[in-house]
Ligand binder design. Structure first.
Ligand code: SF4
Length: 389
């Protein structure tokens, strides 16, 4: 730790549009590159601690610890930047804070009007700069969607990369492995196929099947886990009805797959097959909890199309235009009638377009959407500040 520099003070434009114009959402606009104005660069030899003490303020902000080769080692946020930075100097040897500080050549910080503003900047900087000492926000959490592709005998799949391919997407969900396990239970219960898209289908109502005798292409049909559209085991309509049951289940409109499993459970218990009954019970619980997560997320995101007013430091209030958890714009709070009308006009314009489909969301937008959803889940009182458009 030899050269010391700090960047202090708001680095905000008055109006920050994130996302893009309605209907074409891209990744959130990255914050400006962290730079230290020359006048704030401390001379070598000046104590970093003294510099922080003299210049940092106890208000919300984002700080960056920077190594000798200008690599950003760590990005953090705090509602009290000065106290947080000074706490690094009290860290014991062996603690992460002491380790980062030992490698740091300088520190920069930007103050923001509120914790929420700092949270968004911290998130975006970590996603962009990928500092080696940050874990949170950098890790690609297994955000996934349940996908029903558009095909003759639709399958139910899980994807972490939704595309604009005409598929239906249900989610987002956290934990792709768990989602896959739930989907396997769902397709078995409804006897839907799980083979590759290229598997030749021979539906029972196809005209050229007259007199033909087909054998299913895998053992799932034998175990009554697939209607076998590959071997004339069902008509197109019969299969479509089952696929529709899957859709309705995922939307919370039908319990058919659970009812089928509960019937299996009863039958297993009546026949004293307790081990099998335990397995079926586990499947029921997995399916129930996955759908609960899906519906909870849907409900939360539905409630997050709103204008969120956040009181700021020294009256610097900000408004966030949210669309299903996506931050579409950050605006200064209006001060008079003219600004209020302008705000209304902008909000109407931003929210007039339908929210972007799952296939149009990049991983950063998805992660930010979940960050906003988590913010309101952890701070339920903040929901009081939401105004529905
Ligand atoms: S039985 Fe046929 S349609 Fe069903 S999963 Fe197996 S290969 Fe696919």
């Amino acid at each position: 730790m030899a050269v010391i520099a700090a960047h202090s003070g708001p680095a905000e434009a008055d109006l920050i549009l994130t996302g893009t114009t309605p209907g074409s959402l891209a990744e959130p606009t990255a914050p400006p590159e962290p730079t230290a104005p020359p006048e704030l660069t401390a001379s070598p030899g000046q104590g970093l601690r003294d510099y922080v003490r003299a210049h940092a303020e106890n208000r919300p902000g984002v700080y960056r610890l920077i190594g000798p080769d200008e690599q950003v080692l760590y990005v953090g946020k705090s509602v009290r930047v000065r106290s947080r930075l000074l706490s690094y100097f009290r860290a014991d040897r062996g603690e992460k804070a002491a380790e980062i500080l030992a490698l740091s050549r300088r520190v920069e910080w930007d103050h923001y009007p509120s914790e929420f503003a700092a949270l968004l900047r911290e998130f975006r900087q970590i996603r962009r700069l990928r500092p080696p000492y940050n874990v949170q926000h950098k890790r690609e959490r297994a955000v996934c969607f349940i996908r029903i592709p558009r095909e003759a005998a639709p399958r139910v799949l899980v994807t972490t990369r939704p595309q604009e391919d005409g598929s239906e997407y249900y989610g987002p969900l956290l934990g792709a492995d768990r989602a896959w396990a739930a989907v396997r239970v769902l397709v078995d219960a409804l006897e839907l196929r799980d083979c590759p898209a290229t598997t030749p289908l021979r539906l029972a109502d196809q005209a050229d099947l007259f007199g033909a005798d087909y054998t299913p292409l895998c053992a799932r049909a034998e175990f009554q886990r697939c209607l076998a559209p590959c071997a004339a085991g069902c008509t197109e309509r019969e299969y479509a009805e089952r696929a529709e049951l899957a859709r309705r289940f995922l939307c919370g409109e039908s319990d058919e797959p659970l009812d089928r499993l509960r019937a299996h459970l009863r039958s297993a218990v009546e026949r004293w097959f307790f081990e099998y009954a335990a397995v079926v019970l586990e499947r029921i619980q997995l399916l129930e909890s996955t759908r609960r997560s899906l519906l909870r997320m849907q409900e939360a995101l539905d409630g997050l199309t709103a204008v969120y007013r956040v009181p700021g430091h020294c009256g610097e209030d900000r408004l966030y235009v949210l669309q299903r958890g996506l931050v579409r714009a950050e605006l200064p709070a209006p001060r008079d009638g003219r600004e209020r009308r302008e705000l209304r006009r902008q909000t109407d314009r931003l929210l007039a377009a339908p929210p972007p489909a799952a296939g149009r969301l990049g991983s950063d937008s998805l992660a930010e959407m979940l960050l906003v959803e988590r913010w309101f889940r952890r701070h339920p009182a903040e929901c009081e500040r939401l105004t529905m458009p």
